[in-house]
Design a protein around this ligand. Sequence first.
Ligand SMILES: [Zn+2]
Length: 240
Amino acid sequence: MNVSQEPEPVQARPQSIATACAGMTIALAAGAVEVAVDVGHYAAALGVISASGVPEFEFNRALAFEIKKELEQFQIKVRLIGERGDYAMLHHRTRDAQGADLFVSIHHDSVKQRLLPRADEFSGFSLFISRDNPHVDRSLACASSIGKALRGKDFKASRYHADAELGESRPFADEANGVHYYDNLAVGRSARMASVLVEAGVIVNREEERRMRDPAVRARIAAAVAGGVQECLTRGKVLR
Ligand SMILES: [Zn+2]
């Protein structure tokens, strides 16, 4: 996925209001919730090229629009980030999401270069959070909730990112729901709000790419992501 490498240092910040108020319980009215939905990659660096030659950015954008539609049905306000393909700097994405309750970055996955000849063996969704995010518990809660909702719609969590040989030894934060720790993840650690990166599926796998291009499958993924987000943000114990 290649989304972590950015030299920009993350500066320490004063304690946020949310952190200062930790322990209080405030039920959010659904209309008060805002989610930043980030379209991974940009025009000059389109991400993974799928098995049939379509850039990842196109998959990400189509899914992000669908997720926006689904979230709005829950009366959740959505701020799209990067849908015009003009965000080269990753920390500008999280900066421009300031004020949102959650940052969700949408991606589609690949495998290591040397494994590309075996790409059809790899499939499934993966979710990533950073322990350097100031709201790691909320990030994990939302990632788990998204993973659970995806599994509820018969999508399978991939395991290869956790594998030292096949993946990158990203430890599981919630193995059952496909959530990994990826501390150096730029959109995880630079976000001032909880943050989750979603790899919806492996588009270098020919069969999985066909599924990811199917509008009905995309709608199911979007409904699951939005349902998971809605569930975690309105659980009744979430603070702004
Ligand atoms: Zn990506």
